[in-house]
Design a protein around this ligand. Sequence first.
Ligand code: SF4
Length: 362
Amino acid sequence: MPQTARQWLEHIRALELPERVRIMNVCGGHERSITMAGLRGALPDNLELIPGPGCPVCVCPEEDVYTAIQLALREQVTLVAFGDMLRVPVNVPKSEARSLDQARARGGDVRPIASPTEAVRIAEADPQRPVVFFAAGFETTTAPVAGMVAEGIPDNLSILLSGRLTWPAVAMLLDSEAPGFDALVAPGHVATVMGPEEWEFVTERHHIPAAVAGFSPDSLLAATYSVLRQLQEERPFLDNCYPELVRPGGNPAAKSCLEQTMRVGDATWRGIGTIPDSGFHLRPEYAAHDARVLFPGYADEGRKRAGEMPPGCDCARVVLGKLYPTDCRLYGKACTPRNPVGPCMVSDEGACRIWWSAGARP
Ligand code: SF4
């Protein structure tokens, strides 16, 4: 069995491959490792590695970002969010705050945090002041939020939850007429939490090869080799190429916290629309900590903005793997990390930002 990235590359090059093979990944961490390690250039030309829906900040609906901005500006609350979310722009007239960063510049008490425990600490430090935690993320980020809520949180802390499940977006693509990929590299961190079994539908229902990968080039190449062999042998099965951390059943404690505090239901993805059973929602028992219940007017106002994208922004197509970042006509021109037009150029997990950081120019 190969051990190093170089050995895996040799094994891949030795395979007889079809004219074109498109392999999608659904994890910003995977896309970052692939791009930064230069794996695209090292692999045979007929292999395409396509970044898919792997950036939670990119798919967070405009309505939720807008709601968070309005809460920060119009209510006497402290708004806390993971750092990336602060720069995500919404499509409003220039006279209004376009991001949480701009809301802060206009006097809103907006603070970046790195973990849910920081939100608790900020709420405990000033028990009289409402604190709203804008919690956007996939399963890996939402599970610690669920753990925090399950443990019990201060009375003055509420959650504006925008948690998403990864696999329904892939299911939606696979159910469409043109999924756009021939094999899938499944996300290692998500599988660590939820279990690799979530991805079995890819091989069993759609007969598309799939392998769970870690984040090092050798793990990603092992998964690439696995799906190529599956294609060659016409024998798709879900391969676990990240056994060090991904175990059958996932993390029972994390899943139990998610189950206790949240239910799964339909959810909006920015620029994409509603995907069935793809969102985490706080259970009614936790209504006292649900910002959508505590500030209903804002949520309703925000909902009118469902799905809006900035004019000319192709983020939704980039997120769905229909377009490479450099194919967006704004890439590197109107849209750069300094002046991002869409969320894919903001987040460290966004494909546009990753490609730009690696030096890809239009
Ligand atoms: Fe969106 Fe900017 Fe990327 Fe275009 S270059 S898809 S506008 S983030």
